[in-house]
Design a protein around this ligand. Structure first.
Ligand code: SAH
Length: 218
């Protein structure tokens, strides 16, 4: 049987309590945003009943919507302020994009696969997010025209930290990016301190590859 909106709200609440709060996500703005954004609308109908489970799900084109805990960890590490301008690399389903739009002033986002960008654009519009600008292209190059950014979130794994992205962070800015090949990835928080990267490991993770000039070859 198909779940109704009350059922999805209950699943979402259970996700926040058991997958996020119980595992150390304590930032109230992050928890509230993840309690609010209807994650099930960012996956295709057959997957909607699984949208609040503790794992990634397919979104087509060989890509995945990230596990809720990894999304919470990324958002908490970015320590976002309502006045922040954020760059996102790899919007995919648009779920993290919606959360960033809830938490910041403006989100610039780049997705490599046009059909995914079109899908996420329509759902973000239906949900009323007007502070998102979505581009199709190679996100490893960033978007220099809107830099510097207070924060950068990458949802695909790079071989090493892309230098052009780091260059587009403001002093004191934060970037979360998975680094490493499939099966051996580390989620890193990179802070720009006196123009240099300070890297902290947030733990092991499993993302699809970042494909592009400063990523992996396609
Ligand atoms: N946060 C998204 C993650 C999607 S998976 C979600 O939860 O739905 C990562 C996405 O990164 C994929 O959609 C993939 O197409 C995209 N991607 C990979 N390399 C990219 C690049 N160089 N520039 C922009 N997007 C890229």
């Amino acid at each position: 049987m198909k779940a109704g909106s009350d059922d999805f709200a209950a699943m979402r609440h259970a996700m926040v309590e058991s997958q996020l709060r119980a595992r150390g996500i304590s930032d109230q703005r992050v928890l509230a945003a993840m309690e609010h954004v209807p994650r099930h609308l960012f996956v295709a109908e057959p997957y909607q009943n699984m949208a609040y489970e503790d794992h990634p799900l397919p979104i087509g084109e060989g890509q995945t919507i990230s596990q809720p805990y990894i999304v919470g960890l990324t958002l908490q590490a970015l320590a976002l302020e309502p006045t922040d301008t954020v760059l996102e690399i790899g919007s995919g389903s648009g779920y993290l994009t919606a959360l960033l739009a809830q938490l910041c002033r403006h989100v610039y986002s780049i997705e490599r696969i046009a059909i995914l960008a079109r899908g996420s654009e329509s759902i973000l519009r239906d949900l009323g997010y007007s502070n998102v600008t979505l581009f199709v292209g190679d996100g490893t190059l960033g978007l220099a025209q809107f830099a510097p950014y207070d924060a950068i979130a990458a949802a695909a794994a790079a071989p090493r930290m892309p230098l052009q992205l780091f260059a587009q962070l403001r002093e004191g800015g934060r970037m979360v990016i998975p680094i490493g090949p499939p099966g051996d990835q580390d989620l890193q928080l990179v802070r720009k301190q006196d123009g240099k990267p300070q890297q902290i490991s947030l733990g092991r993770c499993s993302f699809v590859p970042l494909i592009g000039a400063e990523g992996y070859a396609s």
